[in-house]
Design a protein around this ligand. Structure first.
Ligand code: HEM
Length: 462
């Protein structure tokens, strides 16, 4: 194995990027995991290697020789060449648990088709209709889980809320009790070694996935019957995403497995990421009172224009520019997804180096977000930097190229609307201002971010 590995890595006459491949199979996986688990991937893994080898370096992770690239040009080169030079490459456990039939595993034409279905439910007309639905979901959530309480766990609370929003507002599926817990059990195994023995994280996650599939088979079956009985097939415009997916299934354009796997993938893609972004925005606002008071002013102005009980509109949300800058700055400093892996489908020549066919490539948001070249004083929280134009592929919490986040606009609405209702209705403060952020497997506040809350005296509730 050792000689085969050496031959694969050094055999041909080509200039590989500098760096260490480490031991066969293990490579530098331990160092990578250790840094990732303590949420110090940049400081402990990427940065020291960039200092030693430069912006492009090789390593070996989880049994695959890997090239880590940093910088806007590298992001553009890798992300925009999806399907031509690289394809997205997720760990085997993630694929088995999220489902091998979702958009995540589709290439070329098939990817375009799946993406078209998903984004048609997120068009600008669809967004108009989402706003009141999200407002309603947020208000119900606050009434049910915040009213009468002195403290809440903000991150836990937003997880449940974003989970409900993606199911009920985007897909049009009612959330049943326990569903969030079952989804959480699946996520726990998504980056664990794919070892399927009793008691392993992966086997627990597989069981949880089987439960979810069972629930979704029933939901899809019922939707199919309803659509066939009402001759709704082909008439899905204006409908929620589940109807579009099931419509495509009835026409034979998608299989039932593809419908279910896309639902599972969307729920995962949407809720942990958005809730982490919301939680970190609150944390930063607590630490930057000047910034918070400007944001409060923005929301009070929006609120003043509304009658009691009147919902926000897309136009109102568009006025929340400062709040969006504050949230973007949080996602620069604390990207909910630090980056992702690609796999080369051909030998690639880049910056005088060869990245051989079959190697992995890892792009990270840190590679630009924490770089002085793109963001002055990069570790300082300064939302005003987003008043200036940011060139493409510099700010990449939502990725880039053909696989740019399909739910970016929904995430934006979710973050801004939730902030609006909380800051206009509650005084709040962090209970543990120095609460550590851990990775499990995505970043999260270790205690669920408890906050003290007290209702504001409301004269004109909206
Ligand atoms: C703050 C919240 C979010 C962040 C930071 C985020 C981040 C990302 C990133 C970085 C990618 C690209 C991954 C890659 O290149 O391999 C991505 C893809 C994706 N995201 Fe999001 N996301 C968020 C919210 C959402 C929401 C709310 C949805 C669903 C409605 C969603 C659906 C998707 C989908 C379907 C893809 C795959 C796109 C494709 O393969 O073409 N995301 N997201």
């Amino acid at each position: 194995i050792f000689f085969k590995h050496r031959k694969r890595c050094y055999g041909a006459k080509r200039k590989l990027p500098p760096g260490q491949l480490g031991l066969p199979l293990i490579g530098e996986t331990m160092e990578f995991y250790k840094a990732q688990r303590s949420n110090r991937l940049f400081e402990e893994f990427v940065e020291p290697r960039v200092a030693k080898y430069g912006k492009i370096f090789k390593t070996s992770l989880m049994g695959s020789p890997t090239v880590v690239v940093n910088g806007a040009e590298a992001n553009r080169f890798i992300l925009s060449n999806e399907f031509k030079l690289v394809v997205s490459s997720w760990p085997s456990s993630s694929i088995q648990l999220m489902g091998k039939n979702s958009i995540m595993e589709k290439q070329g034409e098939q990817h375009r088709f799946h993406r078209g279905l998903i984004t048609s439910s997120l068009s600008s007309t669809a967004l108009e209709t989402f706003v009141p639905k999200i407002c309603m979901a947020v208000q119900l959530h606050l009434q049910k889980y915040w009213r009468g309480k002195d403290s809440v766990r903000l991150y836990r609370s937003t997880k449940l809320l974003t989970f409900t929003i993606v199911f009920e507002c985007l897909l049009g599926i009612n959330v049943e009790p326990q569903m969030l817990d079952t989804f959480e059990r699946v996520l726990e195994g998504a980056f664990a070694p794919p070892l399927n023995f009793p008691g392993s994280k992966f086997s627990r996650a597989k069981k949880a996935r089987a439960e979810i599939v069972k629930i979704l088979e029933k939901v899809v079956g019922e939707k199919r019957k309803e659509m066939e009985n009402c001759s709704m097939v082909g008439e899905e415009n204006g409908c929620m995403l589940l109807s579009r997916l099931v419509g495509a299934m009835i026409r034979g354009e998608l299989s039932e497995e593809e419908v279910i796997d896309n639902v599972v993938l969307l729920v995962f893609a949407a809720h942990d990421t958005t809730s982490f972004a919301i939680a970190m925005t609150f944390k930063m606002l607590a630490q930057h009172p000047d910034c918070y008071s400007k944001i409060l002013q923005e929301h009070d102005e929006v609120k003043k224009t509304k009658k009691a009980g009147e919902m926000l509109t897309l136009g109102d949300v568009k006025k929340m520019e400062r709040t969006w800058q504050a949230a973007r700055e949080c996602m620069r400093l604390f990207p909910p997804i630090f980056g992702s892996f690609r796999k080369t489908v051909a030998d690639i020549e880049y910056e005088g180096f060869t990245i051989p066919k079959g190697w992995k490539v890892l792009w990270t948001a840190y590679g630009t977000h924490y770089n002085e070249e793109y963001f002055k004083d990069p570790l300082r929280y300064d939302p005003s930097r987003f008043q200036e134009f940011v060139p493409p592929y510099v700010y990449v919490p939502f990725g880039g190229g053909p696989r740019t986040c399909a739910g970016y606009q929904l995430a934006k609405l979710n973050i801004l609307i939730f902030l609006h209702y909380v800051v206009t209705a509650y005084h709040w403060s962090l209970l543990h201002p120095n609460e550590p952020i851990i990775m499990d497997p995505l970043p999260l506040p270790s205690m669920g971010m408890p906050i003290n809350i007290s209702p504001k005296l409301i004269t004109t509730p909206n």
